[in-house]
Design a protein around this ligand. Structure first.
Ligand code: KIV
Length: 292
């Protein structure tokens, strides 16, 4: 009789067309951010569909107050670290501010940097004014994810980190932007910090999946920043974040216990120490005595 293995079957790799095809499937898509190999392994082992190497790396890893400080070099560095974990989830590299605003050529080169670092798609922020950039990237066969609503790279232009689309005119503009992104060929669109009624209208209108963050439950999928959901980042808790762990508190308490043990002389214990055989220990002792 043939032996049957109890090892879990490896998941098939998720592609941008797979994500696009999930529109209307009834099973919400799951996206989480990751910025290095360990967080890529955590999110992939948890079975997420997409890993976004977000420019939120600026806030939650690099200590900046906004995302405007990260460069294409920073993003390629973090995409490469995530890709080294060989996740089955679709790896999406976030194009940072100024990497797709200057010219079509720079936009394409910067997108290619993220793909060569290991991303299988890129994300950019903005609506109709980004159509030219989106066409340029798609022309090089790189899938593009859009991002509308609160677009943190526009923090100065929109006057702060505020919920978007709260008035009818703004809601209509958001729907028009989403339709333009969908028609231009984006395989999915992130909707950040928009009222649920607006997110629902966008989701019902566009042909591609919407992935919400602070956009209510009617989107085709949801995304959270990993450090928020794990409680590793606890300085700010936006209304839309649900914490599933308190890793900052756990980690602080673990390091404090280590410090306590070191100061009390109880670390390292004998079984945490390398030893030599008794006769070698005796010889070392005799040698020490002869040299002092
Ligand atoms: O950079 C990021 O983490 C993002 C998500 C908030 C969607 O863009």
């Amino acid at each position: 009789m043939a032996a049957t293995s109890s090892a879990p079957k490896p998941r098939a790799s998720v592609t941008a067309p797979d994500v696009r095809a999930r529109k209307g499937s009834g099973t919400p898509l799951v996206m989480v951010t990751a910025y290095d190999a360990p967080t890529a392994r955590i999110t992939d082992d948890a079975g997420v569909d997409m890993i976004l190497v977000g420019d939120s790396v600026a806030n939650v890893v690099l200590g900046y107050d906004d995302t405007l400080q990260v460069t294409i070099d920073d993003m390629a560095h973090h995409v490469a670290a995530v890709a080294r974990a060989r996740p089955n989830a679709l790896v999406i590299g976030d194009l940072p501010w100024l990497s797709y605003h200057v010219s079509r050529e720079e936009t394409v080169r910067n997108s290619a940097r993220l793909v060569r670092a290991g991303a299988a798609a890129v994300k950019l922020e903005g609506g109709r004014k980004r159509i030219d950039a989106i066409h340029a990237i798609l022309d090089t066969e790189i899938p593009v994810m859009g991002h509308l609503g609160l677009t943190p790279q526009s923090v100065h232009a929109i006057g702060g980190f505020k919920v978007q689309g709260k008035q009818l005119e703004a809601a209509r503009a958001l729907v028009d932007d989403a339709v333009a992104l969908s028609e231009a060929g984006c395989f999915a669109i992130v909707l950040e910090c928009v009222p649920d009624a607006v997110a629902r209208l966008v989701t019902d209108t566009v042909a591609v999946p919407t992935i919400g963050i602070g956009a209510g439950r009617h989107c085709d999928g949801q995304v959270l920043v990993l450090h928020d959901l794990l409680g590793l980042e606890d300085r700010l808790t936006p209304k839309f974040v649900r914490r599933y762990a308190s890793l900052k508190a756990d980690a602080t308490s673990a390091v404090a216990r280590f410090a306590e043990d070191v100061r009390a002389g109880t670390f390292p214990a004998s079984d945490e120490t390398y030893h030599v055989a008794d006769d070698v220990a005796e010889a070392i002792e005799l040698y020490g005595a002869s040299t002092t």
